[in-house]
Design a protein around this ligand. Structure first.
Ligand code: ARG
Length: 482
């Protein structure tokens, strides 16, 4: 169905029609388009722009269309976009009354309504996936509270750390992603409908009522901004792209850790793939694909940013190009988060390899230097003494593991107590005392706070989703929520 035409003397050129359609991108938004249309219909009835019988015919029609689309009974391809599909099918079902539904609205505000309804749900879903991933890190940290491994800077062995501390570092990274999504929600979860094309409407619509029906806590306040604004999408994509970037860093570390050079992790067979030619292979493809797909998510953000740059107010058709990157980034990041949390559940640290790696790289050199500081030696001098010791041992192909007390004394000088235990990596982590350090008590504190965060966040997301679901099932009883 064409939504316009009487103004033109000629039929639309066929190639132009094909060029300007967006149905294959925006079709998936149909549950949101129908939901928003139902709320608009109920409001039109309330303000007297629809008779009761007209409103109920429209509501019945919208419910029928929801069912038909769910069952795949409508071929979307002949339509220009999701809005013309819904209005066209409604016209077939209930005749002329269908034409009353578009009073006081435009596709320009309708599309941003669909996008906002879609994105707030996507934020909650991505939030839940992040929670699952966070739980994965917590579980690993709790399972191996005492496991010590080398920590790295510059990918060079640096100091002993707890494996659980390393897990909680990722927890902190992804917790920020959850917080960013939480922070952006109020700017997404606000009602655009009622801006109409750009100037509002002379009809007596009640925007507050539509907001209430759709469980939006606020109404957007400038009709021109409403139809031209896509900041809310760009912001969400930026947070999701950052999440994808974090996933890529995690994936890279998993790839490194399962390679024989490190050998710190083992991945369950179900999460690895073989080679079509090399019979011995066991490859970490899931991690590699997560790393690979992150590039597309980052480019989705860029694609929308470039579309928006240079657009004058208010609505411009360029904005139609926002759907493909929005949908792609949401889908890919949500899928990657899901697989990443399953991957984390399916890896196991190889304790003996980590333990062996602790003997290389003089990891406890800093502990020795800090001990000298406690004995009143200036840190720079302590650094130089221990550096000389390491140089001497390294030149003779030795490590801290076969040091004897007398050797230590000959280079460092006499101390009251035996200094050899200072070289033990397990003692090293236990001796840490600063807030946020790798000391077992500090990591335990992080885990405990982490558990609390996850519980609160899960509860918050559940409450939001319940509110949205209530709005939806009031208009589409018995239908699964979008
Ligand atoms: N499909 C359009 C979009 O995604 C909405 C329709 C607005 N079209 C128009 N000619 N004003 O932005």
């Amino acid at each position: 169905m064409k939504l316009w035409g009487s103004r033109m003397e000629k039929e639309l050129d066929e190639e132009v029609a094909r060029f300007s359609t967006s149905i294959m991108d925006d079709y998936v938004l149909y549950p949101f388009d129908l939901w928003g249309s139902a709320a608009h219909c109920l409001m039109l009835e309330r303000v007297g722009l629809l008779e009761k019988t007209e409103a109920s015919a429209i509501m019945d029609g919208l419910r029928t269309i929801m069912g038909e689309l769910r069952e795949g009974e409508i071929d979307p391809s002949p339509y220009e976009d999701v809005h013309s599909l819904v209005e066209g099918r409604l016209h077939e079902l209930i005749g002329e009354t269908a034409g009353k539904l578009h009073a006081g609205r435009s596709r320009n505000d309708q599309i941003v309504l669909d996008e906002r309804l879609f994105l707030r749900e996507a934020i909650a879903t991505a939030g839940e996936e992040i929670i699952n991933l966070l739980r994965g890190f917590l579980k690993k940290a709790e399972e191996y509270p005492e496991l010590v491994m080398p920590g790295y800077t510059h990918l060079q062995p640096a100091q002993p750390v707890l494996f659980s501390h390393h897990m909680m570092a990722y927890f902190s990274m992804f917790r920020r992603d959850a917080e960013r999504l939480r922070d952006v929600l109020p700017r997404v979860n606000t009602l655009p409908l009622g801006a109409a094309a750009l100037a509002g409407t002379s009809l007596p619509i009640e925007r507050g009522e539509v907001a209430r029906l759709l469980a939006f806590p606020a109404v957007q306040d400038n009709s021109m901004d409403i139809v031209s604004d896509r900041d809310f999408i760009l912001e969400v994509l930026s947070h999701l792209a950052l999440g994808a970037l974090h996933l890529s860093r995690l994936a890279e570390e998993i790839v490194l850790w399962v390679s024989p050079g490190f050998g710190f992790l083992e991945i369950d067979d179900a999460f690895t793939t073989g080679s079509s030619i090399m019979p011995q292979k066991k490859n970490p493809d899931v991690a590699e694909l997560i790393r690979g797909k992150s590039g597309e998510s980052i480019s989705g953000w860029l694609s929308l940013a470039v579309t928006l740059k240079g657009l004058p107010l208010s609505y411009n058709r360029d904005l139609q190009q926002d759907k493909a990157p929005m949908l792609r980034v949401v889908r890919e990041v949500t899928d990657s988060l899901h697989l990443a949390s399953r991957l984390v559940d399916n890896v196991k640290p190889r304790k003996e390899i980590m333990a062996a790696a602790l003997n290389e790289g003089f990891l406890t050199a800093t502990d020795l230097a800090e001990h000298l500081v406690e004995r009143g030696i200036p840190f720079r001098r302590a650094h130089s003494l221990v550096g000389a010791l390491v140089r001497d041992l390294a030149s003779r192909g030795r490590s801290f593991t076969d040091m004897r007390s007398e050797e230590l004394i000959s280079i460092i000088g006499e101390m009251e107590e035996d200094m050899l235990p200072l070289l033990d990596p397990v003692q090293s982590v236990k001796r840490k005392r600063s807030y946020g350090s790798t000391a077992p008590v500090e990591v335990a504190r992080q885990v405990e706070e982490g558990r609390y965060f996850v519980k609160q966040e899960k509860k918050r997301l559940g409450e939001l989703q319940a509110r949205w679901e209530k709005s939806y099932v009031e208009m589409f009883p018995g239908d699964e929520t979008p």
